[in-house]
Design a protein around this ligand. Structure first.
Ligand SMILES: [Zn+2]
Length: 216
């Protein structure tokens, strides 16, 4: 399947979009909020509906801090195994939860595991959401990683105009792996500054996003 650069979140070349998946998580998300505040950065948080319902106050806190709220799905289930109707219902339930607990209006969807199932792409579009994946990841789910390794992975591919995938929860990662991603942020701050790149959420990234492909 041909995937447009916009589906991966390729945006304007002087900017990096920073995104966090799988939260909000009381064990780790507050540490990310503190570090982002220290760095003066805003990011996009792709939340899980079931996580947001377990920690509605924290979800609201993320939004109140000026971060962008986005849809990652109700549960972290592979959309390839779901019918279009079930995928759409999952996306809608997550979106409705996020609207309820954060007051934000999500506009982005990222499928769990990044799997481009037709049903999920179709369902997201029917719910008025734009699907976006990522261009750069830190492989921050590995327990044996390190802040330096995460930063090196993020910078391994062209970072100008990139969308960076990290995780503010270890729900799908090795226990404690989020600390590597958290620690990578100060290293990335230096690297981005050296390249003259500003950092922000997807809403500021100038990415048009994806349309449902005619074939998947
Ligand atoms: Zn995820």
């Amino acid at each position: 399947m041909y995937v447009r650069p916009s589906l991966h979140g390729r945006g304007r070349s002087d900017h990096v979009a920073l995104t966090f998946d799988d939260g909000p998580d009381p064990a780790s998300t507050p540490a990310f909020l503190a570090e982002l505040d220290r760095l003066g950065w805003h990011a996009t948080f792709f939340m899980l509906g079931e996580m947001a319902r377990q920690a509605p106050g924290l979800a609201a806190e993320v939004a109140a801090a000026g971060h962008e709220i986005a849809v990652h799905g109700e549960e972290h289930r592979n959309m390839l195994r779901r019918s279009p109707r079930a995928a759409r219902a999952d996306i809608r339930r997550c979106r409705d939860t996020l609207v309820e607990v954060t007051g934000a209006t999500p506009t982005w969807f990222r499928p769990p595991f990044g799997t481009l199932a037709f049903g999920a792409l179709w369902g997201a579009r029917r719910e008025g959401l734009t699907t976006v994946l990522w261009t750069n990841w830190g492989r921050d789910w590995r327990g044996d990683s390190s802040p330096e390794a995460v930063a090196a992975d993020v910078l391994h591919r062209d970072i100008k105009g990139g969308t960076v995938l990290l995780h503010d929860s270890d729900r799908q990662s090795d226990p404690g792996a989020w600390r590597h991603g958290l620690g990578s942020l100060r290293i990335l701050a230096d690297a981005f500054a050296q390249r003259g790149l500003t950092v922000g959420p997807l809403r500021d990234h100038g990415v048009r996003g994806a349309r449902v492909p005619t074939r998947v």
